[in-house]
Design a protein around this ligand. Structure first.
Ligand code: FAD
Length: 256
């Protein structure tokens, strides 16, 4: 396949800077680009005479005519150093193929959906929340966003807006949004790492909902240490990773 057949050239249409090292951006979306909420795209930026590619979860709804991504800026990171320089109107390359298995169609008939994220690992869950099927399928939806400092609690307005957006009004009561801030005390937020909150039972007590093999479907995304430790903890409680043709209750995505 030639390079031109492998990717499309899109344009950045909007940039939101949350903090010096965190930003979101929207791009045009090729009409042929398809994805399932929770999946990731491969994005390319030009560096010297080459294109550098990285995986990026899609944060936007699959019915929107744009794509949205949420990015960290890694100091001296090959990709993010270039990405952070881009302005509205600049070009970005998007591979035509959509990737990934952090999707609710991995699961069969759960009652409660848990989405556990650290940092930019929130992104796929925003897309999943924009998917009406999620709200129809589950009775309870728990979104946990764990960060180090309060200013990293991004997308708060979007998450809370499900409560007053009339498209979601019928189901809005199902969502429990749990903020976790590990390096400073913040009113209303839990103050320990997701793994500690699970091991101690504090997370489930806070939400008022136990995690069980029968009812829970758990998605985990972000920092690989958190993902691995959480997977192990939940595996000891009988949950299993969902695989093609073998339904389970866990779906995980590591960012590095
Ligand atoms: C499936 C998948 C989906 C991803 N989705 C996203 C996304 O939606 N948003 C996003 O910002 N990144 C995402 N990443 C990470 C992304 O692909 C790059 O690693 C990141 O953009 C940094 O690229 P870099 O070349 O600047 O640094 P790299 O050389 O790729 O990374 C250098 C180091 O930076 C740290 N790092 C990398 N990514 C992150 C991160 N997201 N948060 C905190 N520390 C990090 C790690 O320690 C890593 O070893 C995803 C990765 C995978 C595998």
């Amino acid at each position: 396949m030639s390079a031109a057949e492998k990717y499309t050239v899109e344009k950045i249409t909007e940039i939101q800077r949350w903090a010096p090292n965190l930003f979101s951006f929207k791009t045009t979306r090729h009409p042929g680009y398809r994805f399932v909420p929770g999946q990731f795209a491969r994005l390319g930026v030009r560096k010297d005479d080459a294109i550098v590619w990285r995986a990026y979860s899609i944060a936007s709804a699959n019915w929107e005519d744009h794509l949205e991504f949420y990015s960290i800026v890694v100091p001296n990171g090959e990709f993010t150093t270039e990405l952070a320089k881009l302005q509205e109107g600049d070009e970005l390359f998007v591979e035509k193929t959509n990737y990934g298995f952090l999707t609710t169609d991995r699961f069969e008939c759960g009652r409660d959906l848990w989405m556990l994220s650290t940092g930019t690992g929130l992104a796929p869950f925003i897309s999943i929340l924009y998917d009406f099927d999620t709200w129809e399928q589950y009775e309870r939806i728990v979104l946990v966003h764990s960060v180090r400092e309060a200013h990293e609690l991004t997308y708060q307005e979007e998450i809370r807006s499900f409560g007053w957006n009339e498209l979601f009004a019928e189901h809005a009561h199902k969502l429990e949004y749990v903020q976790v801030v590990t390096r400073e005390a913040v009113d209303g937020a839990l103050g320990a790492r997701i793994t500690e909150l699970l091991a101690s039972g504090e997370l489930e007590a806070h939400v008022g909902l136990p995690i069980s093999v029968e009812h829970s479907r758990v998605m985990i995304c972000g920092n690989p240490d958190m993902v691995e430790e959480t997977r192990k903890l939940l595996t000891t409680r009988g949950l299993t990773v969902a695989k093609r043709g073998k339904p389970g209750n866990l779906a995980v995505e590591n960012y590095w």
